[in-house]
Each structure stands twice: as structure tokens, then as C-alpha cells.
Design a protein around this ligand. Structure first.
Ligand code: NOJ
Length: 563
């Protein structure tokens, strides 16, 4: 769900440990993994049609290996009209021809694994594309038919059924119901879509829906996928009585968010994942303000991890970040779950842009054009944030292009924007395409190496200034974001303290600082204040920016030291 609250219900402990040194954790790769998110449409274009594809992604495997990631998560690569960038799936068992073929997907999984990189695929259970055969059959069938029972078709209210069944608001703004037309041209039933009209919601009370998804999981697990990322994981079930959303719904009372029936589904998915010799992993996209309700999804027989959006949405503020970290650790510990650290993804404003603003928190509802941004400031902070998240206990997600410090592209011509969030806001919200602009790989070439030189233009135009942010430009520059990411991921992999060291807050640190120790002697300190602060004891392993020679850490800078 694309709305957000803050997880503030748990008190802040001084010490928190979520890693254990027991042997089980050593074999559970996902507990300390670095997972790189590939948005295939924008990663690398192998065939030169302007759209990223599997051929391009396979050719970039050496880059991912060098970066030092343990896994990649592909956002949907399935057959889709791309009404919502692929989160409108028409066939869950086939690759969209624009991205390649099933054989290429299998080859990617195999070749990546040969380089020590696992592949996580995206499963979209809440809704399908309007082009999915089930929905086409449902539209063609009569009201009350078995075909319609797999979705939420319902008569309207009021005279002639002209009013929609509920006033539920879409996560993409606007209404959640669209009216159908009967074969004789008269208005018919309405169908539910929590997102756009092209994404009809499935009815999870229907046994076919459950069975079908269990088969989809096995289909990808059998092809070597190491796990699944579960889209909109808290939304699947709806109250069949279709009540309006109460003013302040209590736990489990919302008609379409976080309903208790969900847990049974994830338990059965966990059993499927665990049935493999190399158990597969479930990663949930769970947006929930209540931290206790959030971690219920992470009980030992449900999902392995879920994205920590609370941390991602926090502003560049020491008290805020400390509180989010402490709350996260405290909430995960009782269920033995591993926290995740996420600075961005394909839905949210790029970190160098967000951290360069007066309000550096993130919320979908507030996205607007023309917000003043200091990119140099944002880049400095994003570098420090990278050191911070990489030093925390748990799994780390890196969204493609964040390792290059790409900014949000905020001046895309209106005519090229495709994101339904933009259109459903009446053009007020810029939408999410600004973080989906194709990656620059080389200084040279018509698309900076995204596709072959002279091939079709990328599906979204790249800013001219991205020439200097291209991978080859950054490889040659020891002070670049890419070199910083490579260094910090290598150290994160090599330093045992970061794998299983207990986290201890440094309580004597100044108030404007986020500082903690991992294990016996590794310290991470981030200075968010206006004045320099003393460098922690020990050898400096890594710094996010230049350190002064008077043994202080400047503003908006992070260091790792070891004593
Ligand atoms: C969350 C995905 O990350 C987003 O891109 C998508 O639009 C919605 N779920 C609906 O599938």
C-alpha cells in the first residue's frame, strides 16, 4: 500500500541485537545480504529498441559481481501492457517479449548464480492486468458467473446502480471501482481495483486464486529463483460486506488493509519455500504504520523479511533516524526476524534529491513539481546514508542507479510520462518516472551506453548531465559514488562485526550524531549537525567524504572506524 505512517509504538532500547552467531544464521544468506533492485525496463537495453531487457541485464552481470551484491530483485518482467510499469501482469509464467524470453530469464538466473548472485522475482498477487485471461473471461461472462467470482464484481448502489459500491480511495488517488458495460450496451456491474482501472483486484476468498499463486511460486522456484518479492502484500483480502473505511480502524478492522486472513496465505507460501533443498525466501512489500502488526508478517513461519519503509521515509534528522533504527531493531527481535534497510526503490524520490531538500522525509501524497533542491547537499548526505545503512544489522537493498548517485529527473517532458500516479492526480503529482530513467553506462554513445550507440532512444530521456555520472566516468574517479559503494560493500562483506556483531549505541555521542558500535570495535558515526565532531577512536576504514586533518568528522559525513 502506498500510504505511510511512522512506526513509533515501541520504546527505544539502548542496546539491541538482532543477529545471532548460531550456525543457522550462517546458512541463511538473506539475513546479511545486499540485494540490488533491477527495474528491467531501465537497466540495460541489449537489443537497441529503447527498452531495457534481459540481454542487457545478462551483459551487465560482471558489473553486479564487481559491485559486490548477493542477489538481484527484478521488478516484474512478465507479459504486461505496462499500464503500471509491469505491475499489471497478463501472464505470470511468461516474459514480456520487450524484455526477452523465458529461456533468457532462466539463463540470467543460471549465469548470475555462477557468479554468486541469486535472483528474486516479483510476484503480484493482489491484482492482475485487465488483459489477463481470467479478467477477459470475467468481462465476457454474466453477473454471478464463476468467471466473475475470481474478482470483485458488484452491482452499484442507488437508482440504476449508478453509484459505486464503496467510497474506498485508490492508492493511486481517485476511486477504486470502474463500471462495466453489458453486451447490449447498458451499464453493468462495477469491479474493484485498489490501483488503476487496468489492475482489477483478485478475490482471495476464491480457491482458484490461492491455487494459482501457489503454482506460480513453484513455477519460478523450480526455475531457480531464490525467492519472491511480494507486491502489495498487506492488501489481498477484502471484507466481503464491503463497508466504508472507518475513521480510525482498529487492528484488523480495515476493510482492505492488513486483514487477519493474510497470514494463512503467507504460512502456506512459507511451507512451499521451505520445501526446497535450498529454501526460497519471501520478501514482503508491507506498508503498515503499526509496527506490531508489521512484524506479525515476519513470524518464523511467515515471510523472511519485509521492506523497512519507516526508515526510508524518515527525514535527515539524527533523532528521527535513531528512533527509526531503534524501533526497527526492537520490533524485529521478538520474532527473530531480520530487518531490512532501504534508501529508495522504483516508487520513491531518489535519495540525492530527497536529502537535498528542506523537507527530506518521503510521503507519496506530498510529491510535487518544482521543489527547491540542493543536489550537492543531497549527494553528500546520500553518501553518508549509504555508510549508515550498510553498517546496520540486517539485509540491505540498493536500487539501481543509487550507487551512481543519480538524481530524480524532475523535468521530464509531460508528454513522455507514463506513470498512472501522475495522471490520476490530474497532473499535480509528478509520478514515479523520475526515478526510472534509464541508467548511463558510458560517457560516449547516444544513450550513454544504455543501448547500442545510434539505436532507438531510451523510453525516457536521460539528462545531458548524466554523461558525468556514467559508470565508466565514475570508475575512473576514486571520489565517485560508485567507488564508495564498491568499497563499502566489499568491507561489509569482509568485516565479521557487520555480519553478526551486536549493535550498541554510543550514548556519549553528541545529540546531532548517529553513532553505534558493531561487535567489539567497529564504530559507525554519522554527523548530521552543523559543527564538526571528534573522530571515533581507531583506524578509519571508510569515510563518506573528506575528513579534516584535525581529527574531526565534518557535517553530513559518516565514518567507519575500527579499534
Ligand atoms: C507496489 C509497487 O512497488 C508499485 O510500483 C506498484 O504500482 C504497486 N505496488 C501496485 O502493484
Amino acid at each position: 500500500m502506498l500510504t505511510l505512517g511512522c512506526m513509533t509504538t515501541t520504546s527505544t532500547p539502548v542496546r539491541a541485537s538482532v543477529q545471532s552467531t548460531d550456525a543457522r544464521h550462517a546458512t541463511e544468506w538473506w539475513r546479511h545480504a545486499v540485494i540490488y533492485q533491477v527495474y528491467p525496463r531501465s537497466f540495460a537495453d541489449g537489443n537497441g529498441d529503447g527498452t531495457g531487457d534481459l540481454a542487457g541485464a545478462r551483459a551487465r552481470l560482471p558489473y553486479l559481481e564487481r559491485l559486490g551484491v548477493d542477489a538481484v530483485w527484478f521488478t516484474p518482467w512478465y507479459v504486461s501492457p505496462l499500464a503500471d510499469g509491469g505491475y499489471d501482469v497478463a501472464d505470470y509464467r511468461a516474459i514480456d517479449p520487450r524484455f526477452g524470453t523465458l529461456e533468457e530469464a532462466e539463463a540470467f538466473i543460471r549465469e548470475a548464480l555462477a557468479r554468486g548472485i541469486r535472483t528474486i522475482v516479483d510476484v503480484v498477487p493482489n491484482h492482475v492486468s485487465e488483459q489477463h485471461p481470467w479478467f477477459r473471461a470475467a468481462l465476457a461472462a454474466r453477473p454471478g458467473s464463476p468467471e466473475r467470482a475470481r474478482f470483485w464484481f458488484h452491482p452499484g448502489k442507488g437508482p440504476g446502480g449508478a453509484e459505486m459500491p464503496t467510497r474506498w480511495v485508490s492508492d493511486f488517488q481517485g476511486s477504486t471501482w470502474t463500471r462495466t458495460t453489458d453486451p447490449d450496451g447498458t451499464p453493468g456491474e462495477w469491479y474493484l481495483h485498489l490501483f488503476s482501472a487496468e489492475q482489477p483486484d483478485l478475490n482471495w476468498d476464491h480457491p482458484d486464486v490461492r491455487r494459482e499463486h501457489e503454482e506460480i511460486l513453484r513455477f519460478w522456484f523450480d526455475r531457480g529463483a531464490a525467492g519472491i518479492r511480494i507486491d502489495s502484500a498487506a492488501l489481498l483480502f477484502k471484507d466481503p460486506a464491503l463497508p466504508e473505511v472507518p475513521q480510525r480502524p482498529g487492528p484488523g478492522e480495515h476493510p482492505h488493509v492488513d486483514r487477519d486472513e493474510l497470514h494463512d496465505v503467507y504460512r502456506s507460501w512459507r511451507a512451499i519455500a521451505d520445501s526446497y533443498a535450498d529454501p526460497r525466501v519471501l520478501v514482503g512489500e508491507v506498508w503498515l504504520p503499526d509496527v506490531e502488526r508489521f512484524t506479525r508478517f515476519l513470524r518464523p513461519d511467515e515471510m523472511h523479511t519485509a521492506f523497512n519503509f519507516d526508515f526510508m521515509a524518515r527525514p535527515w534528522d539524527p533523532a528521527d533516524l535513531r528512533e527509526s533504527i531503534a524501533t526497527t531493531l526492537a520490533a524485529h527481535a521478538p520474532v527473530g526476524a531480520t530487518p531490512t534497510w532501504v534508501l529508495s526503490n522504483h516508487d520513491v524520490t531518489r535519495p540525492v534529491t530527497r536529502y537535498g531538500r528542506a523537507d527530506s522525509s518521503f510521503a507519496f501524497a506530498r510529491k510535487r513539481f518544482g521543489v527547491p533542491t540542493d543536489l550537492a547537499l543531497g549527494t553528500r548526505r546520500a553518501r553518508a546514508a549509504a555508510l549508515l545503512v550498510a553498517a546496520l544489522p540486517g539485509a540491505l537493498y540498493v536500487y539501481q542507479g543509487d550507487e551512481l548517485g543519480l538524481p530524480e529527473v524532475e523535468d521530464l517532458p509531460r508528454g513522455v510520462i507514463e506513470d498512472p500516479m501522475h495522471f490520476r492526480s490530474g497532473g499535480v503529482d509528478p509520478g514515479r518516472d523520475g526515478c526510472r530513467v534509464p541508467i548511463p553506462w558510458t560517457r560516449a554513445g547516444s544513450s550513454f551506453g544504455f543501448g547500442p550507440d545510434g539505436a532507438a532512444a531510451p523510453w525516457l530521456p536521460q539528462p545531458a548531465a548524466w554523461r558525468d555520472l556514467a559508470v565508466d566516468a565514475q570508475e575512473a574517479d576514486p571520489a565517485s559514488m560508485l567507488r564508495l559503494y564498491r568499497d563499502l560493500l566489499r568491507l561489509r562483506r569482509d568485516l565479521p562485526e557487520l555480519a553478526d556483531g551486536e549493535l550498541t549505541w554510543l550514548d556519549d555521542a553528541p545529540a546531532d550524531v548517529v553513532a553505534f558500535r558493531r561487535g567489539a570495535g567497529l564504530t559507525c558515526l554519522v554527523n548530521l549537525g552543523a559543527a564538526p565532531v571528534p573522530l571515533p577512536d581507531g583506524e578509519v576504514l571508510l569515510a563518506s567524504g573528506p575528513l579534516t586533518d584535525d581529527h574531526t568528522v565534518p557535517t553530513d559525513t559518516a565514518v567507519w572506524t575500527r579499534s
